[in-house]
Ligand binder design. Structure first.
Ligand SMILES: Cc1ncc(COP(=O)(O)O)c(C=O)c1O
Length: 382
């Protein structure tokens, strides 16, 4: 008899994004536009703080929820942008990944339902499965990747516990409009469920009018049921540092803190001063670089004749590949084999018939990848 493991693991699949990146890596000369990872290294001013912290001997366990200096800096940043929280409401986490893990494990009971608007980043569903919750997907592809109030209302049941909002979205780059956010707020208030906002791309919104208009700022009356998750990974090119944070109402944060404490204890001690410096580092130069790459990508897609809802944020484009191959997976496998360019199938995010192109990479890689994609499409169409 073999010893049993947690049955939820049987339903968890290894990340398909990684599968396509690995396939690209094994294919000699393949250009990869798969990973949501900034091409640049972290700015030097932030990197230098780590050696200073080590020289100062900051090598001991820091407080579980993060150093007070970092929590205060995060709270100040949130408050300056209209999200009123104090340092006690902040937990410094191991990236947004752990923030989402600790939050969902703290909020969910077995059998609870989690509404995930799709296309969506794969992490939410995997964590919900581990928490023995049921994932209910809300297809937004017919609504320009916005949330339709009627469609959402039909999915809410007495077991609905959480909705997860990602704006800007991975993989579409779309920013949820006020109508979508109001629809969520009305139902969350009437039907009593939590709203978990994955705001990791909030700094990477290309229109000044749309930046900083996330759910939590627009609906402060729901602060008792809103958890905001954020990360240093994307706007400051700090993916490898594994640094993020979450904010929530005091009574919610104190419960999430228990999961955080037993899962990871605390974040690395000598990176926390660097994180304070990151928060004081202007994200505009990074945003401008991505804005330029977005223009290059959208222009190339237009010339290729691939329809794409214009991404207003993050660093992804999500064009339709409907009718070009028997499936989006086949499209991506053939693109790697036949043209030496890797992108990710939309079905990975619950939205077949599309592919995700990441333009987070450097300009030369992006231009070469797009050139190869154009050649692949010419061959496909004969
Ligand atoms: C929407 C979204 N949320 C969370 C994460 C995880 O971010 P972190 O590196 O902070 O764990 C990612 C990473 O790609 C993401 O795209």
């Amino acid at each position: 008899m073999s010893l049993e493991l947690n049955d939820a693991l049987g339903e968890l699949k290894p990340s398909a994004i990684r599968r396509f990146s690995a396939l690209a890596a094994q294919t000699p000369g393949c250009v990869s536009l798969t990973l949501g990872e900034p091409g640049e290294v972290t700015p030097a001013s932030i990197r230098r703080c780590v050696s200073r912290s080590l020289d100062e001997g900051k090598t001991h366990y820091p407080p579980n929820n993060g150093t007070m200096a970092l929590r205060e800096a995060i709270a100040a940043r949130c408050s300056n942008t209209g999200l009123l929280v104090d340092a006690q409401q902040v937990i410094v986490t191991n990236g947004a990944t752990e923030a989402l893990f600790s939050t969902l494990v703290a909020l969910l009971n077995p059998g609870d339902e989690v509404i995930v608007p799709t296309p969506a980043f794969v992490l939410y569903q995997s964590i919900a499965l581990l928490a023995r919750a049921r994932v209910v997907t809300l297809d937004t592809s017919e609504d320009g990747f916005q949330i339709d109030a009627g469609r959402l209302a039909r999915l809410v049941t007495p077991r609905t516990k959480v909705i997860v909002l990602t704006s800007p979205n991975n993989p579409t780059g779309c920013v949820l409009d006020e109508k979508s956010l109001d629809a969520v707020a009305e139902l969350a208030s009437k039907r009593d469920f939590y709203v978990v906002c994955d705001d990791v791309y909030e700094e990477l919104v290309y229109s000044d009018e749309l930046r900083g208009h996330g759910f939590a700022r627009l609906h402060p009356e729901l602060s008792d049921r809103t958890v905001v998750v954020n990360s240093f990974s994307k706007p400051w090119a700090m993916t490898g540092w594994r640094l993020g944070w979450l904010t929530a109402a005091p009574e919610v944060v104190s419960q999430i803190a228990k999961v955080h404490q037993y899962a990871v204890s605390c974040e690395v001690s000598f990176t926390q001063d660097a994180a304070v410096t990151a928060l004081a580092t202007d994200t505009a130069p990074m945003r401008e670089r991505y804005r330029a790459r977005r223009a290059i990508t959208l222009d190339a897609l237009k010339r290729m004749g691939l329809p794409c809802v214009e991404p207003e944020g993050a660093f992804y484009a999500f064009p339709s590949t409907e009718g070009l191959c028997t499936s989006d997976e086949e499209f991506c496998e053939r693109a790697i084999r036949e043209a030496g360019v890797a992108v990710v199938p939309g079905s990975v995010f619950g939205c077949p018939g599309h592919v995700r192109i990441s333009y987070a990479t450097d300009d030369a890689t992006l231009e070469e990848g797009l050139k190869r994609l154009a050649g692949f499409l010419r061959d496909l169409r004969g």
